[in-house]
Design a protein around this ligand. Structure first.
Ligand code: SIN
Length: 300
């Protein structure tokens, strides 16, 4: 039996929405976001994004950097334009377009074209800032024939399935998020810069946050950037966070995106973690442009 397919019609246009997984994700066809979408049309797309728990795969897009930026700005101000990202990523920004971060294993004239192993661990983008990432928008220009999928874990589904007693225990906890954690582990030494260790990429957030648009609660901790729970010993933190990570990444809370060239993937960092699978070494080139929309400060 095929997945339910719904047609979303507004006065100006229509597009099709097909769920991709039970927990999160929908495929969108029949829309061209390189065009200046009417407000009503953009609102329908944004509602589909929220309704499908924060992952939309818009197929068959052809976007210049300017068109990707113009579409992304409709979600809100962008990192690289309204606020700088951490120093480490500066060298991966697209020259002349600081709002675009290049994710790629391509090397030209001995220089990497983008960050090759970006996000190869569970994380929520920029969670170490007062204003973390709201949407991340990733446009696939080149994709290897196999490998390079991206995994998503629904932190809303993970929160919902906890017992009332455990939810109650979590309700007033806060955790420190610190980019130096990733810089010191998953990132190779050549991309660590002093600015990553001086506290400008460190922030304290509630362990459970309320999504400002859907009002649903979600866990807001991740192995990439969360260093410890406030007021807990390292051992206690590791025990609690370790449980939450094992719980949140249970298969039934995840969606695995198998990329197609010209996919435009939009995910919501306020209710999802993601993980880029680095399994395509020697299998082909991967080149994507990412824009990152700035969120409000998360609230419990
Ligand atoms: C990221 O974490 O933004 C990279 C995701 C990917 O390369 O699939």
């Amino acid at each position: 039996m095929s997945a339910t397919l719904s047609e979303t019609k507004t006065e100006s246009a229509s597009f099709s929405v097909t769920p991709l997984a039970a927990v999160a994700g929908a495929e969108i066809t029949g829309i061209d976001v390189s065009k200046d979408l009417a407000d009503e049309h953009f609102a329908a797309l944004r509602n589909a994004w929220l309704d499908h728990n924060g992952v939309l795969a818009i197929r068959d897009q052809t976007l210049t950097p300017e068109q990707l930026l113009a579409f992304s700005r409709r979600f809100g101000p962008l990192f690289g334009e309204a606020e700088q990202l951490q120093d480490t990523v500066k060298k991966y920004l697209l020259p002349g377009h600081p709002g675009i971060y290049r994710v790629s294993n391509k090397v030209r004239d001995g220089k990497p074209l983008g960050r090759a192993r970006a996000g190869t661990y569970w994380h929520s983008d920029v969670s170490f800032r007062k204003h973390p990432a709201m949407a991340s928008i990733l446009y696939a220009i080149e994709i290897p024939p196999v490998g390079g999928d991206t995994l998503f874990a629904s932190m809303t589904a993970a929160y919902d399935s906890l017992s009332p007693g455990f939810k109650w225990k979590l309700q007033n906890l806060r955790a420190v998020h610190d980019f130096a954690l990733a810089a010191g582990s998953s990132y190779s030494p050549d991309v660590i810069e002093q600015g990553d260790f001086d506290g400008q990429n460190r922030y304290l957030h509630p362990v459970v946050i309320t999504h400002p648009e859907t009002a649903r609660k979600a866990l807001f901790v991740n192995p990439g950037f969360t260093s410890h729970v406030e007021g807990f010993s390292q051992e206690e933190s590791r025990a609690l966070l370790g449980f939450l990570y094992r719980h949140a990444t249970r298969p039934e809370f995840t969606y695995r995106h198998r990329w197609r060239r010209n996919d435009l993937l939009i995910w919501d960092n306020r209710c999802l973690m993601h993980y880029a699978i680095a399994d395509y070494e020697g299998k082909g080139e991967r080149y994507l442009h990412r824009t990152t929309v700035i969120a409000e400060t998360p609230r419990a």
